[in-house]
Design a protein around this ligand. Structure first.
Ligand code: ADP
Length: 153
């Protein structure tokens, strides 16, 4: 059976930290679905269609990686796509506490899905979409924090 992992997040925007997690997980799975979660009542900063297009460009030469969006529970999305793994990145101990609670709750709701965590590469530890977004909003240069072939337009 195909090993499918879902990498869920807001990716508002996708950063080199996210890219690195996906690249390092490539060997572990047959398919990775980058799943952009959205809430119709709480709009993100970058439009969802653009976020999808930009990430698709980053992985255009990597057929194992798909980019989709979803609304609702991540575990329901996993079920719909036959994914048995949830991929997440860990930067700090506060990430750990947050991720632990979510993963344990997800396990209660859908026991057959296993959460898999990769520790961030040290150089990516301070990178977060929130900070990258703030730099962008104030006209700063974000090119070193987003994937090389990702063009924000
Ligand atoms: P969410 O809104 O669900 O926190 P994000 O888009 O912020 O989504 O992040 C998605 C996943 O990527 C989370 O598991 C997060 O911990 C991880 N992540 C975010 N930034 C980095 C980074 N710099 N290095 C490694 N993992 C990261």
């Amino acid at each position: 059976m195909k090993k499918i992992a879902v990498f869920p997040g807001s990716f508002d925007p996708f950063t080199v930290g996210h890219e690195s997690i996906v690249l390092r997980a490539l060997d572990m799975f047959d398919e990775i679905i980058i799943a952009i979660g959205y809430n119709s009542e709480k709009k993100g900063f970058f439009p969802i269609e653009k976020r999808i297009k930009w990430i698709e460009k980053v992985f255009e030469k990597t057929p194992k990686v798909k980019v989709l969006s979803f609304e609702g529970l991540t575990v329901d999305f996993c079920k719909q796509h036959n994914a048995k793994y949830l991929l997440r990145g860990l930067r700090t101990s506060s990430d750990f506490e947050f991720e632990r609670a979510i993963a344990q709750m997800n396990k209660k709701i859908l026991p057959e899905v296993e959460s898999v965590f990769l520790l961030t590469s040290p150089e990516n530890t301070p990178i977060s979409s929130t900070i990258v977004r703030e730099i962008y909003k104030h006209g700063g240069n974000i090119s070193e924090f987003i994937p090389k072939n990702m063009i924000i337009e």
